[in-house]
Design a protein around this ligand. Structure first.
Ligand SMILES: [Zn+2]
Length: 371
């Protein structure tokens, strides 16, 4: 006769209702999350790894020797323009957090979030209002940057201006002049100390929710194995991945992250609160878009005046910029073709001309303060 399973059943039922009951119970206090690209795709951020619609496919037009070169430190040192083209496309502030990001904020507000591990570099968790000290960006993020030679940090506002202007930022330490790179982890670089230090947090989880990840990138994927046996592990994804389903308290919820999250919040009675939090992220993005458009316009004018004065010829950066624009337009077209949902932001920001004529932009509170 087979021995009884050593793990006891924690979820009343292995479905959405069982999960909601557990979250609402006093047994669930420390939720650990593992997030992948699937959490951000509904924000319009292209998935890196998808060959057709992914960023790599678009970057191929920049004549990279192979697409992954854009994230290789040696290649970057020789030719940083393709990376900065991508940075311009991906730059935080151009995308609105998703409902799933607002769900994470809600977990934090309810005192249930222990740690949010994310593989995403888009900083949408922060932008949705998840407290910084709950977020572990396993592959780094665009939130800070430094010189790749002397490691000197570089100013956030300057970095933003450079990326939006499609310029390559350079270290300002006297006699250095090294390239400045956002603190996102390139191939061959070690993962942030912050991530390594936070790995033991998974052992404290009484619920692990894994969302929108293929669980193929290690060591991130290995976090799921560190959850205690009594901790239910929930996978929210389009497909079954990794080892989730092997333990008695594993639960697989197939579907789009936003849809599953909405259904779960309905069961929990959090539906209205979730939508209210998400609505706030729209106003924030609209405000930032307007501010950026004004900033860009002022800079373009200043640059034009300078160019007139110097009569300078187009630089390599201008050429890359033109290519980036073309990619942006292509992405925009694909978005429009593929979707009729007009609340979904496009994959690329409108150009400054579009912003000034944009009719659906809601009037936003001019105060950019924290949510
Ligand atoms: Zn330097």
């Amino acid at each position: 006769m087979a021995k009884p399973m050593p793990q006891k059943k924690v979820l009343k039922s292995r479905d959405l209702s069982g999960l909601a009951d557990y979250i609402a119970s006093d047994k669930c206090n420390n939720i650990v999350l593992m997030l992948g690209a699937g959490v951000s795709t509904s924000a319009g951020i292209p998935d890196f790894r998808s060959p057709e619609t992914g960023l790599y496919a678009n970057l191929a037009r920049l004549r990279l020797p192979y697409p992954e070169a854009v994230f290789e430190i040696n290649f970057f040192r020789e030719n940083p323009e393709p990376f900065y083209t991508l940075a311009h496309e991906l730059y935080p502030g151009k995308f609105r957090p998703t409902v799933t990001h607002s769900f994470i904020r809600l977990l934090a507000a309810n005192g249930l979030l222990h740690t949010c591990f994310t593989q995403n570099i888009d900083t949408l968790e922060r932008r949705a209002g998840v407290p910084d000290d709950k977020i572990i960006e396993a592959h780094g993020s665009f939130a800070s940057q430094r010189c790749i030679d002397c490691q000197q940090p570089y100013d956030d506002a300057k970095m933003k201006r450079k990326i939006l202007a499609k310029e390559t930022p350079r270290c300002e330490t006297p006699k250095c002049g090294g390239l400045v790179k956002p603190d996102i982890v390139f191939f061959g670089e070690s993962l942030p100390d912050e991530f390594i230090r936070a790995i033991p947090n998974v052992a404290k989880a009484d619920l692990l929710i894994i969302m929108g990840t293929s669980l193929t990138v290690h060591p991130f994927a290995g976090l799921a194995e560190r959850a205690p046996l009594a901790c239910p592990r929930v996978l929210v994804n389009l497909d079954v991945v990794g080892s989730i389903g092997r333990r008695p308290n594993d639960l697989v919820l197939l579907g789009k992250c936003d849809e599953v999250v909405r259904a779960l919040c309905e069961k929990l009675g959090w539906g209205e609160e979730l939508e209210a939090l998400w609505a706030k992220t729209e106003a924030k993005v609209a405000w930032e878009e307007e501010a950026e458009a004004r900033e860009e316009e002022a800079e373009t004018k200043a640059e034009e005046a300078e160019e007139k004065h110097e009569g300078k010829a187009p630089t390599a950066e201008d050429v890359v910029g033109a290519i980036a624009d073309a990619i942006g337009k292509k992405l925009n077209l694909e978005e429009e073709d593929g979707q009729s949902d007009d609340t979904t932001p496009t994959a690329t920001p409108p150009s400054k001309d579009d912003v000034s004529t944009k009719d659906e932009a809601p009037v936003a509170d001019p105060a950019p303060g924290k949510l």
